[in-house]
Write a protein that binds this ligand. Structure first.
Ligand code: 5AD
Ligand code: SF4
Length: 424
């Protein structure tokens, strides 16, 4: 099974390669000069991952060709806007989007404040249309390995915070590599996220070793290891990591510092900026539904996300966790998450927006609804099951990897999405 269609390198312009996927062109960053025009390549997150032999590529492309065109047609049909009963004020804003004009803060706020089912439905349709116009039917599916649930921090919202009495685990290098190898060889993943709490028992050199080994499997190595130092991120970049996931959590510094004892909001933001400047593919975002959060905070979250200029946006609802200071927080409404996805899409047509697991825990159809409200990428948990159940940031329904892969591919196909790289 394969989650990325290979592309043919059409042209090279400096460090940028133009890759052709059945006539659709996308730009990728060439990390080295090991490829030439005419080569077949796998790319992920807009970065060259590896060259693949022509015979292998042609076989995959042959199998995909017919289905690719069929999927595109399904996606196009599902991306049409049916704005019959849309109120005039909503229509005016949406027409602005249609003309590719930038929306003001007030307009974004008005969209996030929409209430009726009918208004929300139009908002989602327009966001889906904009997603289709910018990305075609491309979707990315990354695997995630949660390699340690130990954390030195004590964030009020988190189920693996230092003071919560849970069983901790740390995967050994062998266990991590074995899980990574399985994800690549048995399930065909081309990008793997290595995630943990802020766990300093993996020192910089150990992380470097792990990154190098996983990179050798020929995948995009994505790190999600919290507020480690810029020096650590630099060392891991040099070891071959090319993407990093670090949310800013909230654009409200006071809220950030009250919920994350001992940490500074400004430091977090400057670390995210450093990571971006190092050349990482950046994934960042926020939590929705923190206590005391206002609609202005949410709009600021969306605007700050845009300002940080990430390649990928990751945000999700707060899921209250037992025996944490936020255990009694109210449940976030699915529509608030969908509206935030749609408004983010309208604020930034080119964003790659992830559907997060936290959203899936709110509603069994949430993934589908999110993909139809402007989202275009997903993650599948490939942590071995004995560890997965202990990674209790929040309660979730864990599935077997194989089951999750089959369901995800089925869902993507039903919506006409194809696993091409999202490009730049
Ligand atoms: N609900 C939802 N997301 C959470 N995170 C931490 N705790 C929760 C929770 N209870 C998110 C944070 C963090 C990421 C790893 O998990 O946004 O950045
Ligand atoms: Fe640790 Fe991250 Fe949880 Fe905070 S949110 S306690 S840093 S794992």
């Amino acid at each position: 099974m394969c989650y990325a269609i290979p592309g043919k390198l059409a042209r090279i312009e400096g460090s940028i390669g133009i890759v052709d996927y059945y006539g659709e062109r996308r730009k990728i960053l060439l990390d080295d000069n090991s490829v030439k025009p005419g080569d077949y390549v796998f790319a992920q997150g807009g970065i060259l991952i590896r060259k693949i032999p022509e015979s292998e590529a042609e076989e995959i492309l042959k199998t995909w060709k017919e289905i690719f065109v069929e999927l595109q047609q399904v996606d196009e049909a599902l991306s049409k806007i049916n704005a019959n009963d849309t109120p005039d004020n909503v229509l005016a804003v949406l027409q602005k989007v249609n003309h590719r004009k930038t929306l003001t803060r007030e307009e974004l706020k008005a969209l996030f404040s929409l209430k009726t089912t009918n208004e929300c439905a139009v908002l989602y349709e327009v966001a889906n249309h904009v997603r289709q116009r910018s990305h075609g039917n491309a979707s990315c599916v990354h695997g995630i390995i949660e390699f340690s649930n130990a954390c030195s921090l004590n964030c009020h919202y988190c189920g693996i915070r230092r003071d919560r009495d849970i069983q901790r685990y740390r995967m050994s290098v062998e266990e991590i590599l074995c899980a990574a190898q399985r994800a690549v060889e048995d399930y065909g993943f081309n990008a793997l996220v290595l995630q943990s709490g802020e766990d300093y028992s993996y020192d910089d050199d150990l992380l470097e070793f792990i990154v190098k080994k996983v990179r050798q499997l020929g995948v995009l190595v994505f790190v999600s290891i919290g507020s480690r130092s810029s020096k650590t991120y630099q060392q891991l970049y040099e070891a071959g990591a090319r993407a990093a996931l670090l949310r800013f959590e909230t654009s409200n510094p006071k809220l950030f510092e009250s919920l994350r004892p001992g940490t500074k909001w400004e430091k977090r933001i400057s670390l995210i900026e450093d990571i971006k400047n190092m050349g990482y593919v950046l994934a960042t975002g926020f939590l929705l539904g923190l206590p005391g959060e206002t609609i202005d905070d949410v709009v600021n979250n969306i605007l700050l996300t845009k300002q940080l200029n990430p390649e990928m946006v990751s945000f999700g609802p707060l899921i209250p966790v037992k025996e944490t200071p936020l255990e009694n927080s109210p449940k976030v409404e699915v529509d608030d998450v969908l509206k935030a996805i749609a408004v983010t899409r309208l604020a930034d047509a080119n964003a790659n927006i992830l559907v997060t697991t936290a959203l899936e825990t709110l509603d069994k159809d949430a993934r589908k609804r999110a993909l139809l409200a402007g989202a275009n990428s997903m993650m599948i948990n490939v942590t071995p099951s004995n560890f997965k159940s202990l990674y209790s940031i929040y309660d979730r329904n864990d599935e077997e990897i194989a089951e999750s892969v089959v369901k995800t591919v089925k869902l993507l196909h039903s919506l006409g999405r194809a696993p091409t790289d999202l490009g730049r």
